[in-house]
Design a protein around this ligand. Sequence first.
Ligand SMILES: Cc1cc2nc3c(=O)[nH]c(=O)nc-3n(C[C@H](O)[C@H](O)[C@H](O)COP(=O)(O)OP(=O)(O)OC[C@H]3O[C@@H](n4cnc5c(N)ncnc54)[C@H](O)[C@@H]3O)c2cc1C
Length: 352
Amino acid sequence: MGDCDHSFIDPPFPQRTIIILGAGIIGCAAARQLLLNGFSVTLVAEHLPGDQDISYASAWAGAAWHAAGGISPEHRYVQAVCYRHLLKMAREEPDSGVCIVDAREYVEQPPSKDSSAWGRTILPKFRDLNAGEYPTDFNCGWAYQTVVTDPTRHMPYLRDKIKSLGGTFIRKRVEALEELYALFPDSRIFINASGNGSKTLFDVQDQKCFPERGQNVFYRTANCNTFYFQNGKTYTYIIPRPLSQAVILGGVKQRDNLSPEVDMDIARDEIARAHYLAPEIVPENPPEESLSYIVGIRPSREGGFRLDSEQIGNRLVLSAYGFGGGGYAFSYGIGDALVKMVETAEKSIVIL
Ligand SMILES: Cc1cc2nc3c(=O)[nH]c(=O)nc-3n(C[C@H](O)[C@H](O)[C@H](O)COP(=O)(O)OP(=O)(O)OC[C@H]3O[C@@H](n4cnc5c(N)ncnc54)[C@H](O)[C@@H]3O)c2cc1C
């Protein structure tokens, strides 16, 4: 741990509880991966799995795994690791709410070098669509298999998993990370997974963070096994929820908008865009009684998410926040990356 005080050895490093601020998908995925590796973990958060506050993004996600474009090779790998974990859950743990689905992606422009085409390196059954298999106004299209996660099932599943592995949750709002240092004087590792909270925590105040409102249409239909994604300037997706016999239609990104009210103009536009992509799934005018609406605030960050470590006194503070519209697609890969960061600190203590 760099300059850490090595003389302070009781309790020994591996037995000191790791404190995670935030119990969204990022904090919880990190907790699961750390617990599976034998570490002791406590999560402190204002909102816990099962809560439905608009600011608690993890309750409202689509949540599809889609290969992000414009990211570094390292971050692609984080996403790939996450895909591996989600695929295993889909195959072995039906309670997790993760499902394998077919996908169709229609691409507006010829794919650039850093486009989401890298997905072909990990997605099963990836193939280029033939002309005639995608609308003529697109440049090309891809078919593959991906995974979708139903957050209304996954977050409670993850809460139970964490508890069964020995992790604990404390419901508490803090105004600064320093409050946690005082509450847990024995702990040496703190993980900040507070999403948008990092904008206002006194000792973080990350001004690159900003809230980004999302609003989706929840459409009940038995035709719910194919993910559609429009890759380009128009941000349109159809995310299947096979376990709930529904699809999620989106999307929209509204920076600094915190309104909980459903905007029906946006809802109608999302239905129209989804109908254009997949008329066999979404009719032009779906029956009103089959529709409901989802509103949530994404924890976005200019320049992308933060994943790094800082030595603060004799503590190591790991930051993992700012995942915007991709927190589920990165989650378990971030969890594994945090495990490696914790192990690096542990190793520096063991190997004097
Ligand atoms: C409509 C919509 C659709 C989406 N679709 C997808 C998708 O298809 N695929 C995908 O990968 N992602 C999707 N996302 C994005 C995804 O939901 C987020 O990236 C993810 O949930 C962020 O998780 P998080 O844990 O960082 O933050 P959050 O879920 O917001 O959790 C933050 C945690 O920190 C706690 N906290 C914050 N401040 C404090 C404080 N001061 N004191 C105590 N606790 C604090 C909160 O209580 C909470 O527990 C979507 C989001 C929305 C809104």
